[in-house]
Design a protein around this ligand. Sequence first.
Ligand SMILES: C[S@@+](CC[C@H](N)C(=O)[O-])C[C@H]1O[C@@H](n2cnc3c(N)ncnc32)[C@H](O)[C@@H]1O
Length: 268
Amino acid sequence: MNWTNTILYENVDAGLKMLPDDLVQTIVTSPPYFGLRDYSGITQDWPEITYKPVWYLDHHIKVPAINCQLGQEAHPTYFIGHLVYIFREAKRVLKDDGTLWLNIADSFSAGGLGYSYQTLHASPKLYTKSHSYKKAPKGLNNKNLIGIPWMIAQALQADGWYLRSDVIWSKPNPMPESVKDRPTRAHEYVFLLSKHPNYFDKQKSKMKKIFIVAVFFKALVFFLLFYLATAIYNDVQDSGGIGYGIGKFMNEIDKGRTESDTTSFKPQ
Ligand SMILES: C[S@@+](CC[C@H](N)C(=O)[O-])C[C@H]1O[C@@H](n2cnc3c(N)ncnc32)[C@H](O)[C@@H]1O
């Protein structure tokens, strides 16, 4: 089947499972942010998932099989587990030299208004059903920024992805937040991830072409200069002085031309 220009309106898990291996060159995704919004109706059955939260620990986290919406998990580690699970499927669909761009923002542990509402600017109406879970996750005090973007980035690293860059989506004109004890948050993350250390990069392949052309022209200029220098050097050897040598060299050229012209127009 030709998948070009095909839109699948599916739950992410079901949609990815419909696609064959090594199909796409790049994936750009912005999954629901943790604890922020109720996309009512999109609950799903998640299988039990085991993942490593960070590459430098041997410890694994086991997320039990549950039914919930992505982003509405009872604990951030469950949310990360579900994303790791989805990105395993995304990895299968991604070509070996492909890239994945993941946009994600952070969330606050409960306190005050609950989780971060920094993306409310998009459409406040859409957020009327926003998450009502206001208890901080076990082990974390209220009013803490959870660090979700780096939790997911590190879990994906530990799951075999190459984290190539953290791009800051800076918002020069963010929605003001009604907080008085911390700065308004005005950025999100876009992580660039790949399956392998080397991957297709348009910029890189363009630079490679430019490099090859530049090397060719440098070699050409070098060759011409070398040729000229050799000619001058030989001439100087014959004549005994640079100025005179160049002049003589030019004269020789002129002389040659005159002689051959004369030869071709010799009267019979
Ligand atoms: C943070 S928003 C990203 C919005 C997107 N960047 C845009 O500009 O439209 C998360 C999106 O994921 C969708 N979504 C939530 N749960 C999903 C699921 N299980 N499968 C597929 N899409 C889901 C939501 O409907 C929403 O459009």
